[in-house]
Design a protein. Structure first.
Length: 442
């Protein structure tokens, strides 16, 4: 627990991220979905109608900064409270001070960083004071509040979701750090714009990491004639990623994801894990990798192992829930599973063949027999006439034609013998044989 004056001067010895912490909404970077002109959180702050709230988002996106800006804007007493080092006794002491402030007409904002670390009893200790307005509680968490915060407390707080900063946001922030006096504005620093973009990509949406990396690079830069020069080599040494830094929009980005995809396709789990590690340690967005793995599950495994898609989607969800670095093991599990799974590209081949016909025969009408007939006019025109409901038959099969006449007999899905798809192939052959026996012309 620490009570601070928000208007005390900051020492030049403080880390760059602390020196550059904005004091107003105009200096805040990112979160336009909440703080843009006319957006809900900005309106609440500017109209001084703040209520208890939870900021949920990954590290370094401005949760603490936003809480301090709110305290300044609303002229409230601000108490910085750590869930890591505080217990019930400390909570009661803070609440008593807040109650005293209320009697003198002063509002108290209690900011609880990592509020998800509080147990149920600790969270419950805030409840009566939040309910009667003794405090405005602002909690910050990197975990899903629905799972980590008591429902009674959560129901009394508005949850705002903060997003990871974009590379563009971080590049703008780094440029500001070079320009402003609180940053390196009083020094001559030479650093290429490409290196600022590299830092922004490496930081993976975390402003604190981006600023810390820039500060380290400048402090270790080459000084000559009053100018500090930051080279690519200096930056690589500072982040310990000499061979790994790469532009997420450049060729190496696509080379590495291609290497992962083709290693899994070639059933080489060791190579797959290596290329996965190369990307993650270079700062690649894990959700990007997870999306490509989901695609691979259908494109290259398909019905040879239907569970592949389930595992790939689960890995994506895990990445979304817990983020880096913890999600690396979930991506590894998915990559290895897909690498050793039986392979079939029948899904992609089926779609591409159907796509070709769909584009060249775009005006093919839907057969009347499988059209809906919600009105009497449609029924009179023959919509749905002769439709056969498969569930009403003994074999759950019909000989009804579902393709347009010009495409009758077309085959798009050609199952392989791989894995589970071998069973699909056998089943499909039985279905087609039954239909031919009952007059189907496919």
């Amino acid at each position: 627990m620490e009570e601070k004056s928000l208007f005390e001067s900051q020492s030049d010895a403080a880390p760059l991220a602390e020196r550059l912490r904005p004091e107003t909404l105009n200096g805040f970077v990112g979160q336009c979905q909440l703080l843009g002109p006319g957006k809900i959180l900005r309106r609440l702050i500017e109209s001084d109608r703040i209520a208890s709230m939870i900021f949920w988002g990954p590290p370094g996106v401005g949760k603490t900064t936003l809480a301090r800006i709110i305290a300044r804007q609303t002229k409230s007493s601000f108490i910085d409270f750590s869930a890591v080092t505080s217990g019930i006794k400390e909570i009661r002491g803070v609440m008593q001070k807040a109650e005293d402030n209320r009697r003198y007409g002063e509002r108290t904002i209690v900011f609880v960083d990592e509020i998800h670390r509080f147990n149920k009893a600790q969270q419950d200790a805030f409840l009566p004071f939040v309910e009667k307005g003794s405090i405005i509680l602002i909690g910050a968490t990197t975990e899903n509040p629905s799972f980590e915060i008591n429902s009674a407390l959560l129901s009394r707080c508005k949850v705002f979701v903060l997003q990871a900063l974009s590379p563009e946001d971080l590049t703008a922030l780094l440029t500001r750090a070079l320009r402003e006096e609180r940053g390196f504005g009083g020094q001559k620093v030479a650093i290429a714009s490409e290196l600022l973009e590299t830092i922004a990509n490496f930081a993976n949406g975390d402003a604190r990491m981006a600023l810390s990396t820039l500060e380290m690079a400048i402090l270790n830069g080459d000084e000559k004639d009053g100018t500090v020069t930051v080279t690519k080599e200096t930056l690589e040494q500072c982040v310990s990623r000499r061979s790994l830094l790469y532009d997420k929009k450049g060729e190496e980005h696509y080379n590495l994801i291609s290497a992962l995809h083709k290693s899994m396709r070639n059933s080489d789990p060791d190579a797959a894990v290596y290329w996965l590690a190369r990307m993650l340690e270079a700062g690649e967005d894990p959700l990007y990798i997870a999306r490509r793995i989901v695609r691979f599950a259908a494109e290259d495994v398909g019905l040879a192992d239907p569970r592949a898609l389930e595992i790939a989607v689960a890995a994506y969800q895990a990445c979304h829930f817990i983020g880096v670095p913890e999600c690396n093991v979930h991506l590894t599990e998915a990559a290895i599973y897909l690498a050793v799974a039986p392979k079939s590209n029948a899904m992609e081949a089926a779609y591409l063949a159907a796509k070709k016909d769909a584009l060249s025969m775009i005006d093919e009408p839907v057969p009347l027999v499988i059209r809906n007939a919600p009105t009497s006019l449609m029924k009179d025109l023959g919509y749905g006439q002769g439709y056969q409901y498969a569930h009403d038959t003994a074999d759950k099969l019909t000989n009804m034609q579902c393709l347009p006449d010009s495409l009758q007999g077309r085959v798009y899905y050609r199952p392989t013998e791989e894995g589970v798809e071998g069973r699909f192939k056998t089943r499909l052959a039985e279905i087609k044989a039954w239909k031919r026996e009952h007059g189907w012309k496919g």
